[in-house]
Design a protein around this ligand. Structure first.
Ligand SMILES: C[S@@+](CC[C@H](N)C(=O)[O-])C[C@H]1O[C@@H](n2cnc3c(N)ncnc32)[C@H](O)[C@@H]1O
Length: 215
């Protein structure tokens, strides 16, 4: 089980490190492993003309996806991670060191569209989701993660609302919901924000993150 994850952990073990020598964003807790397994499954089973990695970090996702596309566009706003991203991916891709919304607006203005978009933030990404319908071709695939479930569940169990992180979320809506209830609310919110029809193809959900694949 998780043979792909093991193989890629070995493959990426020498990538540049930050955070006092610890690898950033290559984790081995169950939902993180599932995220990587899903990415590898996509890389091995699809072919795309162009991919947008909108939260590129230090490059793991882009490296995995480079197996299924020759045209990878990476956005990373943090300068330190951006520099590592370019080193790790050998300057083979196209890079933007800006907030992704700024780059989305630029692409929309230029009419640039993608076959596949990966949205992999820390926390949530509702502001970004609103732009996605204008950034995809007809035959699109989008993979999206939200980490807000972690904060919301912590707030619900500890009764201490960390409001500053998600001021626009009504935490009370989530009271008494199981994980599938969280997933349904997330998908409902996606349907409100994305102006094109889509079907959910795959999802996984844990105490920390929800990741869904849709087109
Ligand atoms: C969860 S990590 C991404 C991990 C990466 N996809 C991987 O495969 O390892 C999120 C990254 O997005 C960057 N980020 C967060 N908000 C952003 C924004 N609005 N625009 C661009 N980059 C952003 C962070 O600096 C961080 O490196």
């Amino acid at each position: 089980m998780f043979e792909n994850f093991k193989e890629y952990t070995e493959k990426f073990k020498d990538l540049s490190k930050v955070n006092s020598g610890k690898a950033l964003c290559w984790y081995d807790f169950p939902s993180a492993i599932l995220k990587r397994e899903l990415q590898i499954m996509i890389a091995k089973n699809f072919k795309f003309n162009s991919i947008l990695d909108a939260y590129a970090g230090i490059g793991y996702s882009s490296l995995i996806y480079s197996e299924c596309s020759k045209n990878i566009i990476c956005i990373e706003r943090n300068k330190k991670y951006y520099n590592l991203l370019k080193i790790n991916t050998h300057n083979r891709f196209t890079y933007y060191n800006y907030d992704n919304i700024k780059v989305f607006k630029y692409f929309i203005q230029k009419g640039v569209k993608f076959d596949f978009i990966d949205i992999d933030p820390f926390g949530n990404c509702y502001k970004q989701i609103k732009f996605l319908d204008r950034l995809v071709n007809d035959n699109f695939l989008i993979s999206i993660t939200t980490g807000e479930i972690f904060t919301i569940r912590r707030n619900l169990t500890k009764n201490t609302i960390i409001e500053s992180m998600y001021p626009d979320i009504d935490i009370s809506k989530y009271k008494g919901l199981n994980l599938i209830g969280f997933l349904n609310l997330f998908i409902e919110k996606l349907r409100e924000l994305i102006k094109i029809d889509f079907k959910v193809y795959y999802y996984f959900i844990s105490q920390q993150i929800i990741r869904i694949l849709y087109r």
